[in-house]
Write a protein that binds this ligand. Structure first.
Ligand code: SF4
Ligand code: SF4
Ligand code: SF4
Length: 262
């Protein structure tokens, strides 16, 4: 069987998702039998040029030079796979408050400083992305599942459920019933609801689930949380994608109708 030529690239991020890739150990050795990893700066010397059957890209570009490299990779690769939240939804690099950026540059570097950096956006802001391996960091099983689907010649697909499904499987009491914010209902499943099981809310690092009902969730959240509290929760992962932000903005603008007890 012909081995698939794979390149693994990274832009700005913490490289935690690539560490996860290394951590699948024996499974990686098994998968490498089917893949020829021809370019992987973090883990090997060989850095061959394309064309590639697939480029797996971690992180997000933060200079025009990196954007140009990303576009080049798109040209050279049959498939582009975003690895982790930084690549799929701008993740941690995207948290920066853009409106305050100039103020801090002026304060730290002095007025007149011309930064080379640009805003962190998801890869999909620049190129077509064929599949996203979600999470901050990614989940090993999701990674292996995606690589196995590639090996089998299939187009990788997403889990058909939200985080709530796995949360219920884990036997967690629902935070919403306890009047605590949680984005599980609108977040793509696949992480095994690790945060909720550990006592934390879901902030949505697995990205928006296509059928997610943002308006319905916001209506429930407004029953016990202020718009400012909901927005604070949003800044972790959902603010960086204009469509998600707009959907939240619209839902938050709607009047809350509170039921009056007879
Ligand atoms: S998604 Fe999270 S763990 Fe992965 S590279 Fe980005 S910051 Fe690191
Ligand atoms: S706690 Fe969060 S993830 Fe779990 S069922 Fe409730 S809303 Fe869904
Ligand atoms: S529970 Fe939510 S924030 Fe936590 S890993 Fe899963 S998707 Fe990410």
């Amino acid at each position: 069987m012909k081995k698939l030529k794979i390149a693994i690239y990274d832009f700005t991020d913490c490289e935690g998702c690539e560490v996860k890739l290394c951590s699948i150990k024996e499974k990686l050795v098994d998968l490498v039998e089917s893949f020829d990893i021809v370019n992987w700066r973090l883990a090997q010397d060989a850095c061959l040029d394309g064309p590639y059957d697939a480029a797996i890209i971690e992180g997000t570009p933060v200079t025009e030079h990196e954007v140009a490299l990303l576009k080049e990779l798109r040209e050279k690769s049959a498939l582009i796979i975003a690895l982790g939240a930084c690549a799929s939804i701008a993740g941690i690099p995207g948290i920066m408050n853009r409106s305050e950026r100039k103020k801090w540059y002026d304060k730290i570097y002095g007025k007149g400083y011309k930064p080379a950096g640009i805003d962190a956006l998801p890869l999909s802001a620049y190129i077509k992305v064929d599949h996203m391996i979600h999470g901050c960091p990614i989940d090993e099983d999701e990674l292996v599942r995606t690589l196995e689907e590639l090996r089998a010649g299939k187009t990788p697909c997403y889990r058909g459920y939200s985080v709530c499904f796995e949360c219920k499987q884990a036997g967690n009491p629902c935070r919403l019933l306890n009047k605590e914010i949680c984005f599980g209902p609108i977040t793509q499943g696949g992480c095994k609801a690790v945060c909720v099981s550990a006592g934390s809310p879901c902030y949505g690092c697995f990205g928006y689930r296509e059928e997610g009902n943002i308006e319905g969730l916001v209506r429930i959240l407004r029953g016990f949380a202020t718009p400012a509290e909901i927005r604070a929760h949003l800044t972790m992962f959902f603010n960086q994608i204009p469509e998600y932000k707009a959907a939240f903005d619209n839902a938050l603008k709607k009047k809350v109708v509170r039921k009056v007890k007879p």
